[in-house]
Design a protein around this ligand. Sequence first.
Ligand SMILES: Nc1nc2c(c(=O)[nH]1)N[C@H]1C(S)=C(S)[C@@H](COP(=O)(O)OP(=O)(O)OC[C@H]3O[C@@H](n4cnc5c(=O)[nH]c(N)nc54)[C@H](O)[C@@H]3O)O[C@H]1N2
Ligand SMILES: Nc1nc2c(c(=O)[nH]1)N[C@H]1C(S)=C(S)[C@@H](COP(=O)(O)OP(=O)(O)OC[C@H]3O[C@@H](n4cnc5c(=O)[nH]c(N)nc54)[C@H](O)[C@@H]3O)O[C@H]1N2
Ligand SMILES: [Mo]
Length: 756
Amino acid sequence: MGTDHDESLRVRPPKTTAVGIPGVRHAMTYALAEMGLRRSVTTLRSINQVDGFDCPGCAWPDPASGERSHAEFCENGAKAAAWEATTARVDRDFFARHSVQELRSLSDHELEGSGRLTEPMYLASGADHYAPISWDDAIELTSRHLKAMPSPDRAAFYTSGRASNEAAFLYQLLARRLGTNNLPDCSNMCHESSGTALTETIGIGKGVVSLRDITDDAELIVIVGQNPGTNHPRMLSALETAKRRGARIVTINPLPEAGLTRFKNPQTFRGVLGSGTVLADRFIPVRLSGDLALFTGVNKSLLEREERGHTPILDREFIAQYCDGFEDACAGWRDASWSNIEELSGIARADIEAFVDDVVAARSVVVCWAMGITQHRDAVATIREIVNFLLLRGNIGRPGAGPSPIRGHSNVQGDRTMGIWEKMPDAFLDRLAEEFSFDPPRAHGYDTVDTIRAMRDGDIDVFVALGGNFVAATPDTEVTVAAMARLALSVHVATKLNRSHLHHGREALLLPCLGRSERDVQESGEQFVTVEDSMSMVHASRGRLEPGSPELLSEVAIICELGRALFGDDMGWRAMRADYGVIRGHISRVVEGFDDFANRVDEPGGFVLPRGPHDGRVFRTSTGKARFTHNPVDAPEVPPGHLLLQTMRSHDQFNTTVYGLDDRYRGITGGRRVVFVNGDDLAERSLVEGDVVDLVSVWRGEERRLSGLRCVAYPTPRGCAATYFPEANVLVPLESTAHGSNTPTSKSIVVRLEPH
Ligand SMILES: Nc1nc2c(c(=O)[nH]1)N[C@H]1C(S)=C(S)[C@@H](COP(=O)(O)OP(=O)(O)OC[C@H]3O[C@@H](n4cnc5c(=O)[nH]c(N)nc54)[C@H](O)[C@@H]3O)O[C@H]1N2
Ligand SMILES: Nc1nc2c(c(=O)[nH]1)N[C@H]1C(S)=C(S)[C@@H](COP(=O)(O)OP(=O)(O)OC[C@H]3O[C@@H](n4cnc5c(=O)[nH]c(N)nc54)[C@H](O)[C@@H]3O)O[C@H]1N2
Ligand SMILES: [Mo]
């Protein structure tokens, strides 16, 4: 992918301040270039307003409806919206001019930057170019392939987290009506570890904290393995509010990310003029994959203080009434050795004790985390240990306390609620069966990694993707590319051209859909859709812009047409397409917490779904109690001379969508081919900043290579390194996944640096 190392790349010292005027200026320049003035104003004015559309940028919640500012979006949300609302077009002439082979030589940035897809395109078996096809023929072709399969399990239906609740609900219905649970989704690579650990320990697979818990109530907010300055910028405003009323903030990260150190709020006078708010009171530079050891140390210390001291440290009443497994967990903490904890976390005991001082001084604690925690081999154990940490002091189910995994894609949480999961519980399937009078399959389907394995082994004929960029987002790019080539048919419902469309099955379809910012008109009139944010708020989203092309169909319409072609109108596909209210009627009867959906969706700002642990300390686990667990301290072994590599996001990308070549806060401009390494680790290898190296990942005797990366000396612990995804996915072995969640370990890859 792409050329050898970047000629235009420049490296400056990293920034300590995030957002402020440069952020707003960047957003506006960007919007104007993509959309022109009129479209920019309409777009930016509708983002996250009660009568507008949900920002496609991230899943951070919106403030209550009366408390929103006129610009309830961030620089990166503006980029995401502008990227969709661009006036550039990829039409039939574009495909006539460029063969698929030729398009493969473009970078991810150039591919998506070419503009919006405008009409359905078809790549015939053996053809070099995508060519136009009618909607009817495209639907018919897909349905013919699906019907020809010897078993429904030879199809896989991938979902990316931008799909609305309505589209996601219909999509899982379609797959299950066909007879398969093969519903891999981006969540498998994202917060799957959180869902797994939280379901087991507190009986619900999502966070149980509300925005107010953070802004108004938490006395201590711990942010671990997350870079909100880039990936959830609006979170910084909430943290600033918390900070002003005296909350303490601790950040745990191998990198000192900008925004946590100092933050300028572009929406307040002070943010524009002043030097901003210092957000983090304490920064703990943990080693990659060292959080399990760190939290074990914290919990061990809490237990030691309880056993030693005169003042109670643990919430004994809460533990006795609501929890089980406490004694076993304590035995584990007593056994854990401080030397092991210090070595694997990279944090001295004294620094761990200082953090524990913060913890015992706080009456309420929220822990927020994201990919820095979930994408490791021991991610599930780490999150269980974080839950232990919260349970010890009863920090759950009361104001200002609880676990808060911060979601990525704007509706990834909602998609899961709607049934996008290869192993939905029987209770959901029972209600689905009753509502639609059919027998949904019960055997678990393939998740993302298992889908690739099955494709690789020739066990999948038809791959359908509702959004996303499967080939670039998944691990082991070469394996995935080869796996795609074994398909009979690949179908992508997408807004923009990306790499996945160029690594296709024997035949391939590109089905262009409406984006979230666009007006969606069906037979019964203008439609809206709904989404669920990271804090379980469900609300409406209404597109305001004219569609990018008259040929675009909504995701709902595409799924309904495919449903009709496959099964006739048995489930009322036609009526659901005509009026999305009909879909919401079904959802209200199938999905828990959506009773009276039709009316509640009209509440300004939306409504919150029930969350047992938050609402009344109700824990629907296997024992009916919140569960302490014993998680032996461990971390991946790194052979001498090697480093542990994380793959992360730059400031100028949304996942595989690369908007530009700068990573402003980390001081990188004009290129992405860099590897951040501790200066001493460079020196030990006789390397200096600016040297160009290859990264070679080492996994069970196999080697994988990414060539031509510029070394940047960076403040990260010894033995750790960082580079950007998606380029680095060539290094991530398909077989290296988190225990219990099967999430690729894209933040702990053993590598060595080789001279280029
Ligand atoms: N602008 C923008 N916004 C986005 C996205 C985007 O690409 N661009 N993506 C969206 C999506 S889908 C998601 S999931 C989220 C992702 O949001 P983040 O999780 O913030 O994304 P990453 O860039 O993967 O950053 C991971 C952070 O974890 C730290 N980290 C890595 N390994 C470890 C570790 O072992 N321990 C600890 N404590 N920290 C570690 C890294 O240094 C980095 O700061 O953002 C969402 N929002
Ligand atoms: N190495 C490494 N790999 C990772 C990660 C990592 O940190 N490191 N992070 C992982 C994470 S957290 C995630 S969530 C996944 C993301 O994986 P995906 O969700 O598969 O990837 P995205 O890049 O978000 O998808 C971008 C594409 O979505 C399409 N699109 C955009 N808007 C719409 C829309 O409204 N409708 C439709 N139908 N299509 C649309 C566009 O065509 C665009 O090209 O990547 C994972 N992969
Ligand atoms: Mo994600």
